[in-house]
Design a protein around this ligand. Structure first.
Ligand SMILES: C[C@](O)(C(=O)O)[C@H](CC(=O)O)C(=O)O
Ligand SMILES: [Mg+2]
Length: 293
């Protein structure tokens, strides 16, 4: 066991206890993780959609592999000490595959993951026509994950996408069954109202996560509104990514249209700011000291 107060999982659990709510921001690469840490965030998220879209130019339809995601986990956890919650989609297969997912993600530095009850050919949780597996199959996924832990603090979060197809009661029942099977937290996906969050938190005695992703099924509730209905963790999976994309598009267009980038320089992070986040000067000083001329 690699458990203990210093493990990534332990750090995530502590952050959930200390913050009310814990806001977790998506960081699609190592550098954005460093920025999020520097401005004071306490935990980070690696989005499955983010890996697919940003690292591979693919839609979020279950096309990336465990290795693809682990590579991005290693990059982020190599650059930031904050605990990283990772999107494990459906876990990449049956019980033994899910076990590998837990072990490999732990070794890559993740603090925990969420595993969902969609079929392997999954969709974004905020799209129509999602299909889910049976409650029994989802419970088996959770059991396989819990059994496979190599750090007993690694956080196993069960995500249910059942609300869309089966309604609130069934979704809550699934969440309860997952907790009984050992899930440490519940990700209630594509929730529409604060009352629905209240119902989840009333029925569960583990932390509940609200996914406040833009342009989806969930209104952009404020963290205080969410705390008031018992939500413990608020997720912003792709907010910075969406903003980065719009900024990049604007720069590409402007260079084409104007023949230079002067019109968009004010939208750019400066070289000095970049170097500050990277601790560039410390590295350079080290180099100068090591290899004095
Ligand atoms: C949280 C999520 O699973 C993700 O991959 O980031 C997505 C987010 C999104 O597509 O907005 C989801 O909610 O399915
Ligand atoms: Mg996802």
């Amino acid at each position: 066991m690699t458990s203990g107060i210093q493990s990534a999982g332990a750090k995530l659990r502590r952050a959930i206890q200390q913050e009310s709510p814990l806001q977790i921001v998506g960081t699609i690469n190592a550098y954005t993780a460093m920025m999020a840490e520097k401005v004071g965030h306490k935990a980070l998220y690696l989005s499955g959609a983010g890996v697919a879209n940003a690292s591979f130019g693919l839609p979020d339809l279950g096309m990336t592999s465990l290795n693809d995601v682990c590579e991005d986990i290693r990059r982020i956890t190599g650059a930031s000490d904050l605990p990283l919650l990772v999107d494990a989609d459906t876990g990449w297969g049956g019980a033994f595959n899910i076990a590998r997912t837990v072990k490999e993600m732990t070794r890559a530095g993740a603090a925990g993951f969420h595993i969902e009850d969609q079929v392997a050919q999954k969709r974004c949780g905020h799209r129509p026509n999602k299909e889910i597996v049976t409650q029994d199959e989802m419970v088996d996924r959770v059991k396989a994950a819990v059994d496979a832990r190599i750090d007993d603090q690694f956080l196993i979060m069960a995500r249910t996408d059942a609300l869309q197809q089966q309604g609130l009661e069934a979704a809550i029942e699934r969440a309860q069954a997952c907790v009984e099977a050992g899930a440490d937290a519940i990700f209630a996906e594509a929730v529409h109202t604060l009352d629905q969050y209240q119902a989840f938190s009333d029925a569960l005695d583990v932390p509940v996560l609200a996914n406040i992703t833009e342009f989806g099924a969930t209104p952009l509730f404020n963290k205080q509104e969410l705390v008031d209905v018992g939500v413990d963790i608020v997720l912003y999976p792709l907010s910075a990514f969406r903003a980065m994309n719009k900024a990049a598009l604007n720069v590409y267009n402007s260079i084409l249209e104007n023949g230079d980038q002067k019109a968009v320089v004010d939208d750019m992070q400066t070289r000095a700011e970049l170097y500050d986040f990277l601790n560039y000067h410390e590295f350079e000083e080290k180099l100068d000291n090591l290899f004095k001329k």
